[in-house]
Design a protein around this ligand. Structure first.
Ligand SMILES: [Fe+2]
Ligand SMILES: [Fe+2]
Length: 185
């Protein structure tokens, strides 16, 4: 069953560095939002998401944490946790948009359009939760967990490099621990 939210649609015109991501999601289509269970949502933080620009890495960590908190929220806490996730996502996206504009990042229009599409979906979701609908939420959360790695890899990583170059005169050096070291912790 496909949920009746707008969905997280990649811009149809293509996003330069985002082409690989769009290929994975379907160039025209939005990310599907099929029903899901908590057990199907597997979205731990991993250093693989580090991009080497620390203010952005901090936002991404918060994205993962607040989305997981929403996925496991008790029914009575769903609206509170959704609001926390929306607030964190607004700050995250507004900060990136601000960097792109201030530092004249070339492919910013499609990156900002993708942020806007996600926020539009979240605002619609909030409206549905306020009306008492929460059955679609896990499907939306799963879609976001599938959307985030591609966005980070193909759009945010380019911005992180741009920002590091603009602010420190070099490209980021990212030290990532092996995934199995993280699991052993
Ligand atoms: Fe980001
Ligand atoms: Fe972004």
């Amino acid at each position: 069953m496909e949920w009746k939210l707008s969905g997280i649609s990649p811009p149809a015109s293509g996003c330069g560095l985002g082409q690989a991501k769009q290929g994975r999601q379907g160039r025209q289509g939005r990310i599907g939002m099929n029903a899901a269970t908590v057990a199907e949502i597997d979205f731990p933080w991993t250093d693989q998401y580090l991009l080497g620009f620390s203010p952005m890495d901090a936002h991404h960590r918060e994205f993962v944490d607040t989305l997981n908190a929403l996925a496991t929220a008790a029914q009575d806490d769903v609206l509170t946790m959704l609001d926390k996730f929306i607030e964190a996502t607004e700050e995250h996206f507004h900060q990136e948009n601000d960097w792109m504009v201030k530092h004249a990042f070339p492919p910013r229009d499609c990156h900002m359009a993708e942020h806007q599409a996600v926020l539009r979906t979240l605002y619609e979701a909030r409206g549905m939760v306020v009306m008492g609908r929460t059955d679609f939420l896990l499907g939306m959360i799963k879609a976001l967990t599938e959307w985030f790695p591609g966005h980070a890899d193909h759009l945010d990583s380019a911005l992180a490099q741009w920002m590091t170059k603009k602010t420190h005169g070099g490209i980021p050096v990212v030290l990532k621990r092996l995934a199995r070291e993280q699991t052993a912790e």
